[in-house]
Design a protein around this ligand. Structure first.
Ligand code: PLP
Length: 435
């Protein structure tokens, strides 16, 4: 079955998408959902449970997108559902002080020693944007250093990419971002301590913070060498710049304490999102007490939110994290994802198929790069997009929903049963074989 034939069975999705194109740019409310990276018409879903989603046409898909990461327990976990129901029966917004955010904040700060204080916001974008504001205020410096291929949300100063080749001042990667704003962001390649050193040699006294995804997972999965992260941190500290770990995707995902825990590093500030809200719009930034005390109303850095610390999200987040801890989710997910990915990898290899999976914990990325370790964006072959698009549609035809872009990672949840994983493994192998 070709993807055209397959999608023609999803006639309701087509109808919805045509309507959506009239009222929303590209028919979506966040770009990757439009299937631009894989072609074809996006599937519209009407429901989900555990490891699966059901389309408006009534077809069931094994879901490895999992809302791009938040659903570590899978869709509609019963304990989270109970917490949400309880919240709905109590109040879903106060715009006033309440105990629910206090409980989640205490739960987190009592477990993650580098989070001495935190502030809840509603998206990862907001968390990062606010953390940078604090860093600029604390250091009285304006420049930020980020890495090529790391995503930190869509605030102006982070929508930048490096100029051709050499690290240095960035150009905006989105229309509508002024050069002045983009120019304050420096960009260095990943996996290159020498380039980071050069940036610090030249701009060290002006850099407020270096922000990094300690596990870059928004441009494929670019697992970094320990020495690179250590040296970046050392250079930042030597030049008086703050170290911000953007753990929106890795926090509470690769370990309770994210990569900070895995690496045994205490960043000055950290940002969380995705898993922290269990599928509701919750994010947070936090870190050293002296830095967080700069935030209004304690200090001069203004930051606010009408729906910040929304009680439904707070209770869903706490229920999620409590369950993750209680059932030792990370060990289970490690075992399950390793088995699934190793199985696929050995089959792909045996059959001489030009795809492989790169994995950390319950995050995995299916791609065409042949190198054993891909650490930088330019190591991703140009044909990856096209090759992945074919596999994506082949898998979709066979009832498996992968994240709809060759640059997006996939997520295992606690709800992916052996039965679902067997089905998915077979479907993905067939899809790769036919691609
Ligand atoms: C998803 C993500 C963001 C942005 O979070 P939103 O909630 O989509 O605004 C920022 N940083 C990282 C590392 C992310 O993975």
């Amino acid at each position: 079955m070709t993807s055209q034939e397959a999608t023609s069975t999803d006639h309701l999705s087509r109808e919805y998408f045509e309507r959506a194109l009239r009222i929303a740019p590209g028919g979506v409310h966040s770009p990757v959902r439009a299937f631009k990276g894989v072609g074809g018409t996006p599937i519209f879903f009407r429901g989900a449970q555990g490891g699966t989603m059901t389309s408006v046409d009534g077809r069931e898909y094994v879901d490895f997108c999992q809302s791009f990461g938040p659903l570590i327990l899978g869709h509609r976990d019963p304990e989270v559902a109970a917490a949400v129901r309880e919240a709905i029966e109590t109040a879903w917004s106060f715009g006033a002080s309440e105990p629910y955010s206090l409980e989640l904040a205490e739960w987190i700060t009592s477990r993650l020693p580098w989070v001495e204080m935190l502030r809840f916001v509603s998206s990862g974008t907001e968390a990062v944007m606010s953390a940078l504001r604090v860093a600029r205020a604390a250091t009285n410096r304006n420049r930020i250093l980020k890495f090529e291929g790391c995503y930190h949300g869509h605030s102006d100063s982070l929508l930048v990419k490096a100029g051709s080749g050499l690290a240095g001042e960035a150009a905006s990667s989105s229309a509508g971002v002024s050069e002045n704003v983009a120019g304050e962001t420096l960009v260095a390649p990943l996996d290159d301590e020498g380039a980071v050193k050069k940036v610090f040699d030249q701009f060290g006294a002006e850099i407020a913070a270096v922000i990094l995804e300690p596990l870059p997972a928004n441009y494929g999965l670019l697992i970094q060498r320990r020495e690179f992260i250590d040296e970046t941190i050392r250079l930042a500290r030597a030049h008086g710049a703050l170290v911000i770990f953007d753990e929106v995707i890795s926090g509470f995902r690769v370990a309770l304490g994210g990569m900070a825990e895995v690496l045994g590093v205490h960043p000055d500030m950290v940002t969380y999102g995705k898993v922290i809200g269990g599928g509701f719009p919750v994010a947070a930034y936090g870190g050293r007490r002296d830095l967080m005390q700069l935030v209004a109303p304690a200090g001069p850095v203004y930051q606010a939110g009408t729906l910040s610390a929304n009680p439904v999200g707070m209770r869903a987040g706490l229920a999620t994290l409590e369950k993750v801890e209680r059932v030792n989710a990370y060990a289970l997910l490690e075992e399950r994802t390793a088995e699934f990915c190793n199985g696929l990898n050995s089959n792909l290899k045996q059959r001489g198929l030009p795809f492989q999976i790169t994995r950390t914990a319950s995050i995995f990325w299916l791609h065409t790069a042949t190198a054993s370790a891909i650490r930088r964006i330019e190591q991703i072959p140009a044909h990856n997009v096209e090759a992945f698009a074919k596999v994506f549609h082949g898998a979709l035809d066979r009832g498996v929903y992968l994240s709809p872009s060759g640059y997006e990672v996939n997520f295992m949840s606690l709800a992916h049963s052996d039965e679902l994983l067997e089905r998915a493994q077979k479907a993905i192998l067939e899809a790769v074989e036919l691609a």
